[in-house]
Design a protein around this ligand. Structure first.
Ligand SMILES: Nc1ncnc2c1ncn2[C@@H]1O[C@H](COP(=O)(O)OP(=O)(O)OP(=O)(O)O)[C@@H](O)[C@H]1O
Ligand SMILES: [Mg+2]
Length: 397
């Protein structure tokens, strides 16, 4: 087992495209770190650079104390699982799982023990005698994961290994991977574009955008204290509501709504005339008492809205309401043109989502009053999107 150190990594492809633009990351020994971000942000490229499948343009890759920057993949003692994997078609599952170990002349008993253990954990026990052609896509993917797991290298690199599985199997495989990691303790770098997967699997999650790291933190902290508006909007489902608010007499104006600021928030806003305001869907409630600050210092803010859309999800309901303020959306450079077109079509209109309990069901088109705790308001710089309060909890006091 080993740590992985990336320092000053840049990757410029032969066509001149800079996929990784100067990146430092320290991955602890035994850590499970997840790389997450929108399509094209450079997750797979970074993984392939760690694996040695691509060469860095600048910077160094260390595995443990060893500088592996110029070493081939086979010299790095890593095992990889990719979204597109290839099994040996003429071998059955048992042989596919054992192949790598046999090639390394691992003793027969050790092979039997490891293959049996992994096959059991991944639910492949019944399928050991089948060839890949006789397996479903999901079963094949599990064999590919198992094949990497039996190796017990110093680092696992996984690129969207669960993407071919159906939703239910994905959840159970996710739990299985977490359990295997707890047991084996092998340093793991895991790529996904699914933020729920990232949040449930990672000791830490590294959020990337356009070849750069936006924030690396434990999942809870990423959710509570996003470093910027992009991370705020990317982590959490439904996504945080983000819109441009005007600063007026020490408070915020968001369309017709007045959002009062706490003293601490006021100090952070300073002389700005605009900020990006963020509110999480789960921070709204239908009763003021449900959003009172824990320490009782702030009173709930009342927001009269019209429920344009109501989605009943059983245990909760999502209501979508229009807000007469410009929508804020940070995304990859490549996707921005499309967003700008949407903005042009509807220049000053955002749609906010509130996630509410179902003690009282809201009807489509109904006017309701929502409440939120002012200390839960997130504030970001309107220019560069960076958070004005890395610690929103402070704002309450
Ligand atoms: N060989 C290459 N030459 C030029 N550009 C490339 C090459 N490989 C990848 N890219 C570009 O580098 C960027 C990052 O690609 P990468 O595959 O790392 O993205 P990703 O984050 O894994 O996305 P996804 O979630 O879609 O898999 C993309 O814009 C991609 O088009
Ligand atoms: Mg990828």
């Amino acid at each position: 087992m080993a740590s992985v150190t990336l320092s000053g990594i840049r990757k410029v492809f032969p066509n001149g495209f800079a996929a990784i633009r100067g990146l430092d990351l320290e991955i602890g020994d035994g850590e499970f770190i997840v790389l997450v971000g929108p399509s094209g942000c450079g997750k797979s490229t970074l993984l392939r650079l760690i694996a040695g499948l691509e060469t860095v343009t600048d910077g160094a890759v260390l595995i443990g104390e060893r500088d592996v920057t110029d070493l081939s993949p086979s010299e790095r003692d890593i095992a990889m699982v990719f979204q597109s994997y290839a099994l040996y078609p003429h071998m059955d599952v048992q042989e596919n799982l054992a192949f790598g170990l046999r090639r390394r002349r691992t003793p027969r008993e050790v092979i039997g023990e490891r293959v049996g253990g992994i096959a059991g954990a991944l639910g492949l026990g019944e399928l050991m005698a089948r060839r890949p052609g006789m397996l479903s896509g999901g079963q094949r993917q599990r064999v590919a994961i198992g094949r990497a797991m039996v190796r017990q290298p110093v680092v696992y690199l996984m690129d969207e290994p669960l993407s071919n599985l159906d939703a239910k199997l994905r959840v159970s495989m996710r739990a299985e991977l977490a359990r295997l990691h707890d047991r084996l303790g092998v340093t793991t770098v895991y790529v996904t574009h699914d933020q729920t997967e990232a949040m449930t699997l990672g000791d830490r999650v590294c959020v990337m955008l356009d070849g750069e790291i936006q924030q690396v933190d434990a999942p809870g902290r990423l959710y509570r204290e996003p470093a910027n508006a992009f991370v705020a909007g990317f982590i959490g489902s439904p996504a945080m509501n983000l819109a441009i608010a005007e600063v007026a007499d020490g408070d915020l104006r968001l369309g017709d709504h007045r959002l009062p600021l706490t003293e601490a928030q006021r100090a952070r806003v300073g002389a700005r005339s605009q900020v990006i305001a963020g509110l999480r869907p789960a921070d709204f409630a239908l009763r003021a008492a449900d959003v009172a600050a824990d320490d009782g210092t702030s009173t709930a803010v009342r927001l009269p809205v019209e429920a344009e859309v109501v989605e009943h999800l059983g245990a909760e309901q999502l209501i979508v309401f229009p807000v007469d303020a410009p929508r804020y959306h940070a995304g990859p450079v490549a996707a921005r043109t499309e967003d700008e077109e949407t903005l042009l079509a509807e220049p000053a209109r955002s749609r906010f989502t509130a996630r509410l309990d179902v003690r009282r069901e809201v009807r489509h088109g109904e006017r309701v009053e929502l409440f939120y705790d002012p200390a839960r308001l997130y504030l970001f710089d309107a220019g560069d999107g960076r958070s004005l309060a890395r610690e929103p909890a402070e704002a309450a006091g």
